[in-house]
Design a protein. Structure first.
Length: 292
């Protein structure tokens, strides 16, 4: 979702105007919903008419759009830096500030990054357990998750939100959401397709860690159909990695030598990424051997 589409959707909802009523006599609803959810560009003529219907001046709209974008970028950068530096004091301040912004604006972006700051704090102060963490934050989780389920058209924010909630969702909820995604977004659009692939990979990581291997295979099958372009070679390799890991767990077939295809990362100078994947394999295998 672009900054303009995000701001316009926020204004529309604040004024309690449906997409149908906003677009009536101006443009097809599908055109406008694509603008809100996927960041499609509206013609200047359509944009002017929609702003006029919302009683918003163009210069006022552009000012708030740019200001909002800058403030969000700065806030996210501050959060990212504090997480990297393990700055517990600043994380607590950011968490509270972000939540105050949510209360003022009712913009779920602020609730999400407040939630992420809270998550980072818990990881620094406790032995992080997703079940324990989320059990104490049911209200926040419910607001974010309900929004995700109720939103008919997904854009960048919705994909990002789903990606951040995956570790807290039950396996049935993850699969149920995947079954609905293609109705919520046009996967044929390259940008949406890329976001969808990334979400699939994030889900597979979470499902492997939960030992939900059969569910992970279902999503691997989705990816197998999606990744057909040579430009997606990196993701194709990751699909093969998780498929091989599944066989190693389920059938005790592959050995370390079965992962020779990963040496392409070493050949291209990405030694750390190769080591990271092999270390992840080791952790998953050790986790699989522990009693449930």
């Amino acid at each position: 979702m672009s900054q303009q589409s995000e701001l316009l959707r926020k204004i529309r909802k604040q004024k309690k105007i449906t997409q149908v009523n906003l677009c009536k006599g101006i443009c097809p609803r599908s055109t406008y919903s694509s603008f809100e959810s996927s960041g499609y560009t509206l013609s200047s003529d359509i944009l002017f008419k929609i702003l006029d219907r919302l009683n918003i001046k163009l210069d006022e709209f552009n000012y708030y759009s740019q200001t909002n974008a800058n403030y969000k970028d700065e806030s996210f950068d501050a959060l990212h830096l504090s997480i990297q530096q393990h700055d517990l004091s600043n994380l607590k301040t950011l968490k509270d500030n972000f939540y105050k912004q949510f209360l003022i604006t009712n913009d779920l972006y602020w609730l999400l990054i407040s939630f992420k700051a809270d998550e980072a704090i818990d990881k620094l102060t406790n032995l992080f357990d997703p079940k324990v963490f989320i059990s104490k934050r049911k209200q926040t989780f419910s607001i974010l998750h309900s929004y995700l389920l109720d939103t008919d058209f997904w854009g960048y924010f919705e994909f990002a939100l789903f990606g951040n909630l995956i570790i807290y969702l039950k396996t049935t909820e993850i699969i149920k959401t995947f079954n609905k995604i293609e109705k919520k977004v046009d996967i044929s659009v390259p940008r949406n397709r890329e976001l969808y692939i990334k979400i699939c990979l994030n889900s597979i990581v979470s499902l492997f860690e939960k030992r939900e291997y059969q569910s992970a295979i279902k999503i691997l099958d989705i990816l197998d159909d999606l990744i057909t372009n040579h430009e997606f070679m990196h993701w194709r390799i990751l699909v093969k990695f998780y498929s091989t890991l599944y066989k190693e767990i389920h059938f005790s077939e592959p050995t370390k030598e079965s992962y020779q295809f990963l040496t392409i990362y070493k050949d291209l100078g990405f030694y750390e990424y190769y080591d990271e994947l092999m270390h992840y394999r080791k952790i998953i295998l050790e986790n699989h051997m522990e009693p449930m």
